[in-house]
Design a protein around this ligand. Structure first.
Ligand SMILES: *Cc1c(COP(=O)(O)O)cnc(C)c1O
Length: 453
């Protein structure tokens, strides 16, 4: 499926943003298809019960998680990350980009989620646990009231060794699915796109995971992974382009974030609006989190996706309404970015269709700026994040500095309340990056002259 030059010309006439995307400009696009929460939820295909169900399932598995991942002991086997106020970074953004950011700025540190060090430790691990539970229940070796630490037993490992799990990934999803599947005893294969870092493949191989490498991008790795998995009836393919379970696993973050904010005495309301900026690849992670946040805070939360200028696939899909029928290569963009977690050329149709009524907008950010922000985050807050994870940090600047953002604030009746705003940048990965590689990232960022951005 690819677009002819004529089709593209028609698209450019209809959507002026496409030319800016083709020129690799950093833009903020406000989503004209957003509806009020009340209206959007009516036509949603996602039943919120599934998210509560996911939270309960993760609680059932907590005794197992605690046992096999001792780093989760303190949190009682719940895989969760801190929400950290970053006032120094906020000041630095204001100074560097000559903008005032009213309200407070927080970092949601999914970069530091236990087990796999990225947002994929939510959805990926959940999807595998759900599958494992289904298999065990169907085989009659588990009842739902059992202590789930039994999943760590040799008996269960033997049982799961009959079955296979496979997944296609730019790196982090493979890491998360590979780690949890191997611990459960599954035979596991990860199909890595050319973006995947060597250390991620090495780590997986050291855990007994089969890693297949492709000299192709994510969408191609998905097609190949799916095809190979279909040949094995005992193989379960975690489909990043279409998985409801990944989506529910990600969405659980929202229930916890609400409690987290309340425990810090932050109560989101009409007077205190919440703005959340989420790095977006194929869409499942940011889509699931944003959907959950809309359920929690309805019209008082404003969700924005962030993508590299070289891979604005979700923006392109929602803007044109073509979703997975168009990819960034169709408009001459190469999908090459150091933000490997976001190197996706064709978006998830499931997520795009679901989110187009809820999403406030989407923006693009250059690789250079991600590296610049990476170094600033270390300097100001001492927090180390991989490049993809920095995309969300530019959101408040895009919102408050651009004309489109100012218009959004006015159109949504936020001119008065913006001074009380709570901004959350979702940091999506980084804590497992080897220190030599992280030092290189920092040095790249350090060398960037802000006047060249
Ligand atoms: C996967 C990933 C994302 C985006 O999630 P998608 O589900 O692909 O949209 C963002 N940041 C990092 C670091 C990731 O690994």
């Amino acid at each position: 499926m690819s677009y002819s030059e004529k089709d593209i010309k028609t698209l450019i006439q209809e959507f002026k943003e496409i030319e800016e995307l083709m020129a690799l400009k950093e833009i903020l696009w406000i989503n004209g298809k957003k509806e009020s929460f009340e209206s959007a939820i009516k036509s949603s295909s996602v039943d919120p019960v599934n998210i509560e169900d996911a939270e309960k399932r993760l609680t059932r598995f907590s005794s197992f998680i605690k046992e096999v991942f001792p780093e989760t002991k303190e949190a009682n086997g719940i895989i969760e990350s801190p929400l950290t106020a970053i006032p120094s970074m906020k000041k630095s953004l204001e100074d560097d980009f000559d903008v005032s950011i009213p309200g407070s700025l927080y970092l949601k540190c999914d970069s530091h989620l236990p087990v796999s060090g990225s947002i994929k430790a939510r959805g990926g691990i959940y999807a595998v646990l759900k599958h494992a539970e289904d298999l065990a229940l169907n085989a009659g070796i588990l009842s739902i009231d059992d202590d789930y630490s039994c999943f760590a037993s040799e008996k269960f490992k033997d049982f799961f060794s009959q079955y296979a799990i496979s997944v296609s990934s730019t790196g982090n999803l493979g890491l998360s699915i590979g780690i949890i599947s191997a611990v459960l005893g599954f035979r596991v294969t990860v199909h890595m796109s050319k973006d995947a870092r060597k250390w991620k493949k090495d780590m997986l191989r050291s855990k007994g995971v089969t890693v297949k490498e492709y000299d192709a991008d994510f969408s191609a790795a998905v097609i190949e992974g799916r095809k190979q998995s279909e040949k094995d009836p005992l193989c379960f393919f975690v489909d990043d382009e279409n998985s409801n379970d990944l989506f529910y696993g990600y969405a659980v973050a929202s229930l916890r974030l609400k409690k987290h904010l309340e425990s810090q005495n932050v109560h989101i309301s009409k007077e205190k609006p919440l703005f959340v900026y989420l790095p977006c690849g194929v869409g499942g992670g940011p889509g699931g989190v944003a959907f959950g946040l809309k359920l929690m805070f309805q019209d008082n939360v404003h969700c924005f996706f962030a993508e590299p200028t070289h891979a604005p696939s979700m923006l392109l899909g929602i803007l044109t309404g073509l979703h997975d029928a168009i990819c960034v290569q169709d408009i001459g963009i190469d999908n090459l970015t150091a933000a490997d977690g976001l190197a996706v050329g064709r978006p998830s149709k499931f997520v795009g269709k679901e989110m187009e009524k809820f999403l406030s907008g989407s923006y693009t950010i250059s690789d250079q700026r991600m590296f610049y922000l990476l170094n600033k985050m270390v300097e100001n807050e001492g927090i180390k994040i991989e490049p993809s994870g920095l995309a969300g940090l530019y959101g408040p600047v895009q919102l408050l500095k651009s004309q489109e953002g100012q218009q959004y604030i006015e159109d949504n009746g936020l001119s008065e309340t913006i001074k009380n705003a709570v901004h959350i940048s979702w940091a999506t990965g980084g804590s497992m990056v080897p220190s030599s590689e992280m030092d290189e990232f920092i040095n790249v960022g350090k060398a960037i002259d802000i006047n060249e951005l």
